[in-house]
Ligand binder design. Structure first.
Ligand code: NAD
Ligand code: USQ
Length: 407
């Protein structure tokens, strides 16, 4: 297949691009380097050093003899999106290219507006480009389990059958997300579902849980193929953060009581799920939803699992900077990808040891000040807003790349 990977310079997009390239697909990568810009804005860096996209792509070609096309630009620019889609001619588009941090979206008004415009407008431009260029393109879009929130009933995969006053219908599962970022994914889902209905587009919305881990078969082939590893209080996700905190002798920061329960998956399963969705495309006009996670754990359980691997590691309960339920019911369906053949890589002690080993290898790069949670949901302007100003910026240039489009 010809597969265009949007957000292909990011944590998940880059390993996905390599994985698909190695499996014989023709791969193109789209990115505007906004993620690298957030690092500059926040004053943090990936724990594991990453080289520029162009250098990554050159290194991949040397190692594999496989080419990856690159398109540097911003999805909120409709002309760029149309040009990338028409010139690459994809059979499928895998769309990772969004601002993905809940805390970042909650810094202040400008960051909330930026996150929603970036994500919703980018996706809308993509839907138009697909509708105008080729309605047969299969859109595989990264959503989030956080779209559902934590209702007091079982979570279904996208849709729920409801009987109301004697009549029955199947409707989108109610959404109660917990940040302006998570809300952007809900808005995307509605727009994609509508586009499928009116234009006959085929789309798979992957409501993914929290991803952990770092290395994949392909990224492990050379240090210049490494993907990013975030551990800071804004972009670091919980399990990866706990691993870095543990190996650096810092407390594992459980927010509140730690009863917050989330669907989790290994980064290698993200790649497998994308491949399964691509190999079994949605039908024309179909909007389908897969819940993409393999296990669920409470934050407290994850902290205890990590602490058990690192002698002397200490768990600290801080007050929760977010507005979320600290204790709640959680049972979410996730059978559709298993039915397609997913073989989960579960969170064993061996897997934890491998993430801890990455953290150990690069611990000299850790800025311990970055662990601190700096964004509070209850406030309309966090300390980051006043300390850093509020206009997110993409870096202007990366090793001679074309200038990136506006952010
Ligand atoms: P990431 O921030 O590392 O990667 C996203 C990439 O998209 C970045 O390289 C960024 O520069 C690019 N991008 C953002 N806006 C863009 C725009 N307007 N135009 C072009 N490129 C743009 O994030 P990630 O962790 O790889 O996540 C990828 C996707 O998966 C996101 O949509 C995220 O919401 C979703 N997701 C991630 C996780 C997780 O745990 N990491 C879990 C569930 C869902
Ligand atoms: N948490 C702690 N301590 C920490 C960090 C986080 O207790 O040091 C808690 C948070 O309060 C939250 C949970 O851990 O209850 C998860 O937080 P997170 O930052 O790991 O994940 P989240 O903000 O939900 O976002 C991440 C990705 C996002 C994706 C989402 C999937 O950044 O892109 O959409 O996971 S899901 O959670 O299923 O919505």
């Amino acid at each position: 297949m010809n597969i265009l990977v949007l957000g292909g310079d990011g944590y998940l997009g880059w390993p996905t691009a390599l994985y698909l390239s190695r499996r014989g697909h023709r791969v193109g990568v789209v990115d505007n380097f906004a993620r690298r810009g957030y690092d500059l804005e926040m004053g943090v860096e990936s724990l594991v050093p990453i080289v520029s996209l162009q250098r990554r792509v050159r290194r991949w070609r040397e190692i594999s003899d496989l080419a990856v096309d690159t398109y540097v630009g911003d999805l909120t620019d409709p002309a760029f999106v149309t040009q990338a889609v028409t010139s690459f001619g994809p059979d499928a588009v895998v769309h990772f290219a969004e601002q993905r941090s809940a805390p970042y979206s909650m810094i202040d008004r400008n960051h909330a507006v930026y996150s929603q415009v970036n994500n919703v407008v980018g996706t809308l431009n993509l839907l138009y480009a697909i509708a105008e260029h080729n309605r047969d393109i299969h859109l595989v879009k990264l959503g989030t389990m956080g779209e559902y929130g934590t209702p007091n009933i079982d979570i279904e995969e996208g849709f729920i059958e409801i009987t109301h006053r004697g009549r029955t219908d199947v409707v989108p599962y109610p959404k109660q997300p917990g940040s302006f970022y998570h809300l952007s994914k809900v808005h995307d889902s509605h727009n994609i579902m509508f586009a499928c209905r009116i234009w006959g587009i085929r789309a798979t919305d992957l409501n993914q849980g929290i991803v952990y881990g770092h290395e994949t078969e392909e990224t492990g082939l050379h240090p210049e193929l490494a993907t990013r590893f975030d551990y800071d209080g804004v972009f670091g996700t919980v399990l990866n953060r706990f691993c870095v905190q543990a190996v650096t002798g810092n407390n594992l920061t459980v927010y509140g009581s730690g009863g917050q329960t989330r669907g989790m998956l290994n980064i290698v399963d993200t790649l497998a799920c994308i491949e399964l969705a691509l190999e079994h495309p949605a039908d024309p006009g179909e909007f389908r939803v897969f819940n993409q996670f393999t296990e669920s754990f409470s934050v407290q359980q994850m902290a205890e699992m990590v602490a058990a691997e690192v002698p002397g590691a200490n768990i600290e309960h801080t007050s929760d900077p977010r507005v979320e339920k600290e204790e709640h019911y959680y049972r979410a369906a996730h059978t559709k990808l298993l039915d397609l053949g997913l073989k989960p890589h579960l969170l064993t002690s061996t897997v934890l040891k491998s993430i801890l080993a990455v953290a150990e290898q690069y611990k000299a790069n850790v800025d311990t000040a970055a662990f601190r949670p700096t964004v509070n949901w209850r406030s309309t302007a966090s300390e980051l807003a006043t300390a850093r100003g509020s206009a997110p910026r993409a870096p202007a240039d990366h090793e001679g790349d074309q200038a990136v489009a506006r952010v």
